[in-house]
Design a protein around this ligand. Structure first.
Ligand code: CMC
Length: 435
């Protein structure tokens, strides 16, 4: 909806140009500059997308100043306490929470697809045993397009829906397989009558040699982790998925691109990096060394960051962090780990950072990854697998965003422009004459 206009003036006397200002349902307005190049021959310059909305979307809303996160209008606090992950998947994919009848149909439709093609394990065998799970997962997710060629047409809504369900259903199986492969244990086939998170825990931790009891407190913790990570607006990996799919590639390939992007320590790799940071401080002397570590973080020349702190959008607090912190206490109590030295170290670090001027002035608060690493470690998930589990949870968000993009009549291939700073045109000098 156009309510206002914005004018752009130039100091060189070029005529001013006017653009529509568009309003969403909530949140900042945007200046629609699509006609800028046509009108002026100029581009905008915004590396890192600090002031650029790359698309319109009706899925997730974040108010970074208020610390608010909504999926399809529902606050994350209500979803995390009143719904389960598969209800959240239904919400993200189809626009609303399921009715009882819809849930009864949706849950088995996902759980029916949990098994992966039997040949997938031969593909997995090609990886070194010590390969990083994210390297494996990037390969396995991309390979799904070779195993399920009947659902790779991005422009066919039915095929998109099938690939969405397949991806959500198979991701836990693939993550658990990559774990079992790394420890040399037999793969555990999914059990579809278990809950989504319960089935994942069983595939991770059961062996064929004995019974496995699913601990409901841990299952709830994992389910909450999945809900909190399910979508997060136009973050780096989601934008990667949109950009990748904008070329018309298949959904599995686009999600594999999202997995690759998520791997980075400034994004999904932060929970792994946060826990490794705690291990390092502990190895260097624990709580007594926190002051020294914080001094290093504040010294720009050290290039050390307090991992699990800060966020591009949340400048007040990360609402997911509050919920994950709660879960962290629940899990540690359930497992009798409240005296765990690493957890105590994390709490001491959190306290100091929350009071220190450097962090307060820059509005650097703990983000969800600060606590989620501690929760995952307590559950028994190895540090190297953390980002893969984030990818598992984020898959539904990536798919919902991809589907929204493809269904948008304004959808075009993503093709940013640049400010060229290289050499102007020049001629090749013959080799013998080059100085
Ligand atoms: N430790 C120390 N200083 C920091 C940190 C940190 N974790 N984060 C930001 N700063 C400083 C930064 O050096 C800069 O200082 P100055 O103004 O003096 O130059 C200031 O705070 C502003 O930072 P920025 O780099 O402009 O902020 P950004 O929005 O570009 O970066 C971030 C956001 C998440 C990449 C960054 O805060 C960071 O690297 N944090 C650690 C990694 C992390 O925990 N990432 C997980 C994000 S949550 C998961 C997700 O949603 O994907």
């Amino acid at each position: 909806m156009t309510e206002r206009t914005a004018s752009l003036k130039f100091s060189d006397g070029s005529p001013a140009v006017t653009f529509p200002v568009l309003s969403g349902s909530v949140g900042p307005q945007v200046i629609d500059i699509r006609s800028l190049y046509g009108k002026t021959g100029k581009f905008t310059y915004d590396p890192g997308f600090l002031s650029t909305a790359s698309c319109s979307s009706a899925i997730t809303y974040i108010d970074g100043d208020k610390g608010e996160l909504l999926y399809r209008g529902y606050p994350i606090e209500e979803l995390a306490t009143r719904c389960d992950f598969l209800e959240t998947c239904h919400l993200l994919l189809y626009g609303d929470l399921p009715t009882p009848a819809q849930k009864e149909a949706f849950v088995p439709s996902v759980m029916r697809h949990t098994m992966v093609h039997e040949q997938m394990q031969f593909f997995l065998r090609g990886f070194r045993r010590d390969a990083h799970p994210m390297a494996i997962l990037t390969g396995l997710v991309g390979a799904l397009s070779a195993f399920y060629p009947d659902s790779i047409n991005l422009h066919d809504a039915r095929q998109r829906e099938i690939s969405a369900i397949r991806l959500i259903a198979k991701m836990p199986t693939l993550v658990a397989m990559s774990y079992k492969y790394s420890v040399g244990q037999p793969y555990i086939y999914p059990q579809n009558e278990l809950s989504y998170a319960g089935n994942f825990m069983r595939m991770m931790f059961a062996t064929p040699c004995g019974p496995y009891e699913v601990n409901e407190v841990l299952v709830r913790a994992l389910d909450r982790f999945f809900i909190l990570h399910a979508d997060h607006e136009q973050n780096a990996s989601t934008s990667t998925v949109r950009m990748c799919a904008s070329s018309g590639t298949n959904p599995f390939a686009a999600i594999a691109a999202g997995v690759a992007c998520l791997w980075g320590p400034a994004h999904g790799g932060a929970n792994e990096a946060a826990l490794n940071m705690l291990y390092e401080i502990q190895a260097e002397g624990g709580a007594a060394k926190i002051g020294e570590f914080i001094a290093k973080v504040k010294d720009k020349s050290s290039n050390v960051k307090l991992m699990g702190f800060g966020h591009r959008v949340y400048k007040n607090y990360d609402p997911r962090a509050k919920l994950m912190r709660e879960t962290c206490y629940e899990v540690l109590n359930e497992l009798g780990l409240h005296d765990d030295p690493l957890f105590k170290l994390a709490m001491a670090l959190e306290k100091i950072a929350l009071e220190d001027d450097y962090f307060v002035q820059r509005k650097l608060y703990p983000n969800v990854d600060f606590y989620s690493g501690i929760v995952q470690r307590a559950i028994g998930i190895p540090v190297q697998l953390f980002t893969a589990i984030f990818a598992l949870a984020r898959t539904v968000g990536w798919i919902a965003q991809l589907n929204e993009m493809v269904a948008d009549p304004e959808y075009k291939i993503g093709r940013p422009r640049q400010l060229y700073t290289g050499s102007p045109r020049r001629s090749v000098v013959p080799l013998a004459q080059r100085a």
